[in-house]
Design a protein around this ligand. Structure first.
Ligand code: HEC
Length: 99
């Protein structure tokens, strides 16, 4: 039984990958280059239809948000291949400092 638990834990770690300590500082640089044109320098949306990070924050789990940024959504472009998952996590950490 113990052995099976260990196996499951190992598998979970392999799927999740190494834990990334997000850097909001690195996120700020990337955000200003890639995201601020629509989402605004301080997260205040620059155009209609863009969620306002100052008001509504990020409530979805990180994995969901990373997938959204990688795939794009409606007017938002896809960033897969442009930004790594780690870079996207850095940006999310920075966005969370807006509210
Ligand atoms: C061309 C404009 C544009 C750019 C550039 C842009 N976005 Fe967006 N973003 C949008 C729009 C529009 C939506 C709403 C999409 C929808 O309604 O499906 C959105 C939605 C989001 C959401 C979902 C918010 C939520 O709570 O559901 C996140 C997170 C997000 N953007 C992050 C980013 C990040 C990070 C970048 C830079 C890497 C970025 N966006 C660049 C236009 C943009």
């Amino acid at each position: 039984m113990m052995k099976r638990c260990l196996y499951v834990a190992l598998l979970a770690m392999m799927v999740a990958g190494p834990v990334h300590a997000a850097s909001p500082k690195n996120g700020a640089k990337l955000y200003n280059v890639h995201c601020a044109s629509c989402h605004g320098m301080q997260g205040r949306a620059e155009m209609p239809g863009v969620p306002d990070f100052k008001r509504h924050g990020l409530f979805k789990p990180d994995a969901t948000l990373v997938n959204l940024v990688e795939r794009g959504s409606r007017a938002m472009p896809a960033y897969r291949g442009l930004l790594s998952r780690e870079e996207i996590l850095d940006i999310l950490a920075y966005i969370r400092s807006f509210y």
